[in-house]
Design a protein around this ligand. Structure first.
Ligand code: LLP
Length: 464
């Protein structure tokens, strides 16, 4: 059914559990504070967790845990997160969107880091959640998310996934195609609130694999071809679909805020052309993070100010603004510790091989993503050479860092790669029968393993 009727279901205002007055110092301010110690290159850089430093022993510490000690306890490779960074970032998001947008909803885009501990952490902080599959939905439910706070995405939801969403009572299903509208309408036994995902024809400046808003994208209803307008006609005949809003997500790792403004303006124009008055406008995620010392992404405050102003300009005061960050909630909070196995000279390259690689971080191979690293026991030692950090997989492209400036590296050294908190664990795989690393949360000097290391036995666990 078309139209933006008032929602009947009670909506718990996002963010209420968080006392804004008790807000800890936002991550960026804290980083600036830490930057006053010029001898600590880790504290001065936006690429390392805000809750990280070089400790009195000269070792890298994350969440108060010495990474040399931690590596001997949990082994390598391991994903290590500063829990405080994620909590601070969630609060920073809630506070900024409340300040700039009033009635707003901040969602954790869980594809960036799906595990029960991350879902629980962001639920505790008062965020809603974006899930993109039945698997992510079932994890969010298992972690205790109120179903009304769940937004269900996906460009090709299966009937089973739609059934799970309907039966569990998710707040919103974000619809992606005409076939899907028919599928959901056919399966729903009572009216379901839906948004339609609109492809606004905006190509932001990012890697083409993570750009989603241009005409021709596999995601959403294309504005340019009239698909979005046809979706509205189709919705008129869908008795069980209650259209309450519009959605657009144009891409990821975006430094340029202007593209958001153009995308939101296109949604506003579409709305006006079709006399829609959306109750909710979901403006996606996408804020970039610093992977390298010298990168300088916009702050959450700048991002919130721009998105909220753009929605007000495009729609007036009416709709609630939803936003779904992934990378910028978790990316800089996480690092990966590896153990160096071998080193060798190959042509003009000095090769340093670590005990992980493309199975725990696909991003360099998929997107030519660049990373930086230090040695855990001497992170501030000056660089004496540029090395190529490679993984242990049977692929020449299994290179984590092309040219890493490092002090002299030897077998047994611990190499720590910065900013691996988003889409590392999420996209990990078992290529070459390599077990996936554990996930460890560190806070106040305490470490807890929230996802255990896979074993060799796990690898054949599903085999007949
Ligand atoms: N909302 C939707 C509908 C999305 O598709 C995404 C990401 C997000 C929100 C969150 O975007 P973020 O704030 O994390 O940029 N594997 C790639 C990233 C793919 C992003 C997919 N969608 C990478 O490692 O860079």
């Amino acid at each position: 059914m078309r139209g933006f009727s008032p929602k009947t279901q009670g909506f718990v205002s996002p963010g209420t559990p968080v006392a804004v007055t008790m807000l800890l110092m936002p991550a960026k301010a804290e980083k600036a504070e830490k930057a006053k110690a010029p001898s600590d290159p880790v504290a001065a850089s936006p690429a390392w967790p805000a809750d990280s430093r070089i400790n009195d022993r000269g070792h890298l510490e994350v969440g108060g845990c010495d990474l040399v000690e931690l590596a001997s306890e949990v082994g390598t490779p391991a994903y290590v997160y500063a829990e405080k960074d994620m909590r601070d970032r969630a609060r920073e998001y809630l506070e900024a969107f409340q300040r700039h947008g009033g009635d707003t909803e901040v969602l954790f885009a869980s594809k960036s880091f799906p595990c029960l501990a991350s879902y629980r952490l962001f639920r505790e902080e008062g965020l809603s959640v974006d899930v993109a599959s039945g698997g992510e939905l079932s994890m969010a439910l298992e972690a205790g998310f109120d179903p009304s706070r769940i937004h269900m995405h996906g460009n090709n939801k299966s009937a089973d996934e739609v059934r799970l969403a309907l039966e569990s009572g998710v707040g919103y299903i974000v619809c992606d195609s005409a076939d899907e509208l028919r599928l959901i309408d056919g399966l729903a036994e009572r009216p379901q609130d839906v948004l339609i995902r609109v492809t606004p024809g905006i190509d932001p400046d990012t890697h083409q694999y993570i750009s989603t808003g241009g005409s021709g994208s596999k995601f959403g209803f294309d504005l340019a071809t009239g698909e979005a307008a046809r979706a509205l006609e189709l919705l008129d005949g869908c008795a069980n679909l209650n259209l309450v809003g519009l959605h657009a997500h144009i891409g990821s790792q975006l430094f340029d805020l202007d593209s958001y403004e153009s995308a939101i303006a296109a949604l506003g124009e579409f709305s006006r052309e079709h006399s829609l008055q959306p109750e909710i406008v979901n403006v996606g995620g996408g804020l970039a993070i610093a992977y390298l010392d010298e990168q300088n992404p916009p702050s959450v405050d700048e991002y919130a100010a721009l998105k909220c102003a753009a929605v007000r300009k495009a729609f007036g005061d009416a709709p609630r603004i939803a936003v779904e960050p992934g990378r910028s909630l978790v990316g800089s909070a996480g690092v990966t510790i590896y153990r160096v196995g071998t080193t060798k000279q190959a042509g003009d390259r000095r090769i340093v091989a670590v005990d992980g690689g493309m199975s725990d971080n696909l991003r360099p191979m998929l997107y030519d993503a660049r990373y930086q690293a230090v040695l855990a026991d001497r992170p501030d030692a000056g660089a004496s050479e540029e090395v190529t950090v490679v993984g242990k997989h049977c692929e020449s492209g299994d290179v984590l860092i092309e040219a890493a400036p490092l002090p002299e590296v030897a077998p047994g050294d611990l190499l720590v790669v910065a900013a691996t908190g988003a889409y590392g664990h999420a996209m990990a795989n078992n290529y070459n029968g390599v077990p996936r690393p554990p996930v460890v949360f560190c806070s106040g000097g305490e470490a807890r393993v929230v996802v255990r290391r896979e074993t060799w036995q796990d690898l054949s666990g599903r085999d007949a």
